[in-house]
Structure formats: C-alpha cells, structure tokens
Design a protein around this ligand. Sequence first.
Ligand SMILES: [Ca+2]
Length: 286
Amino acid sequence: MKRRGTRLTWASFTTISLALVAAAVAGPASASVSRVDSQAGGELELAERIDPEPGDQPDDPARVSDDFGGAGPLLGYTTARPEALPEVGRVDGRYRAELTDNTGNRTLHFHGDQGRLDAKVVTFPFDYVARNIGIGTLSDSQTAPSSAGSPYLFAGVQVHSTDLDAADSAHVVVGHRGPTAFTVEGKNTVNGSSSVNDVGANTVPDGRADIRIVGNSDRTLTVYWQQPNVGDAGDDEWQLYRGTGELPGATAAFGPSVYVGLITYAFGTAGVPFVGTADAVELAGE
Ligand SMILES: [Ca+2]
C-alpha cells in the first residue's frame, strides 16, 4: 500500500500547516449545521519549499484518501455538527475521536438524531475503504473497551446526502451494539427513519475491522467488511455484509455525489468514555 506509513520527516511542515489550518477552521462555525471547509491549497507549495525530496510529499487535503499522518486537526474535511463531538483529530497517525460526553445522545446517529460527521465529497461510482476502524479505551485506542453493561459504542463510515441537514444517510460501524458486542452494524436512514441490523456478536473480536463501501452507478451501496488487514491490500479477504452486501431497509435517494467519511457515536452513557479510531481511508483510483 502506498499511503500507509507515518511521515515523521514532516513534523516541521505539520507544525506550520496546522497553524494555517487552525486559522482557516476558526471562522464559520455558528450555523445550525456547522461546517468546516478547510482552505489548504497553499500548503503544498509551502511544503515543497521546506522539503523538495521526491516521494515524501505530505497528504493532499483535497484527496479523499487519507492516512491521517502526523498529529493535529483533520485536514480538508467538511465537518457536520462538530459541537456534538469536539475532540476529533489526528493522533499517532490515526483518526481519533474521544467520546467523553453523550449528554442527550448528542453523538447519536439514529432516526432524526445526527451526530458529528467528518467527510469529503465523493461521486458515484466509488469504492471506499476504511482501515482498522473501531473502538478503544482512552488509555489504549487499540484495545476495545469492555462490553459489560451492554453499551452501544461505535466508530465507522457514513455515506450522507450532500444536504447535511437532511437525515438521509447510510452507515457501517464497528463496536458494541448493546447485547450484541464486537460486531459490525449497518444502518440506512431515510428522511429521519432508520433501519438497522448487524453481522452478529463476536464477529470482530478486536472491536475493529476494515470497512468497504462500494457506491454503485445506480447510487445503491454494496458493503463489505473483514478483520483488520494491516498488511498488503493483496491480502484483503472482503466479506459481503450479511452475505448480500445490502444494508437493511431502503437506501436514501442519493444524488450524483455524497459525503463519505467517519463517525464515532454512542447511544446512552454506558461505556462512555471511549475512543473511535481509524488507521486510514482509501478511495480507489486516487
Ligand atoms: Ca495512519
């Protein structure tokens, strides 16, 4: 895989670019749906001046593929409802969301409730993969929290209508689903009405998985999952979600493009706090 490594040599670039991005994201955050559209077009030029070494380029924030290299804010994402889950960024080369407060189910994605989404626009058809995504503890993000008390704790991928106010989405998330622990949940939400199921308990014993969502030309979705593959993509062993690749219920009538990105959420407060992490996301063809 070409975009899996941590680029430590970019520490100095990252420090500078984070200041630029922090300034960019400090602005428009007061609408009912707060969106952060990072303007980072100048960063590559800056990077080239600092370190022209070929083959060691920083991530392009305009790309959907992202290995979350370095540390700091997410780069180039549109963020819906950041106030629902404020602590999201890049830590140790991963997407990391610290979910410490679920008052009023503020983080929840279910029916009309919509928590935080960090996403980029993708046009049908597409093939999107999230690597090693799931739940962990505050002290060790790669060890799943206990399922005692039947908590609902998830991290995963959401496909959302380009209208971020509309409760029209589909998601595939990994974690604990109440009495069904260590599972992959799939959910369709259409006009604020959700249909949901899962692949069964103890199917992802690490509380993490790789998730693949194929957006078909007819704007339907085909979903796959597998145990985390931290090696070569050639070793992928994708399994169709519940044997069909289909999420339950009807899928929203998506337009020609959608937002695709990462969510971390809880239902209730059992098991809170926890963290959601992902090693990388990959859009085929980038
Ligand atoms: Ca990474």
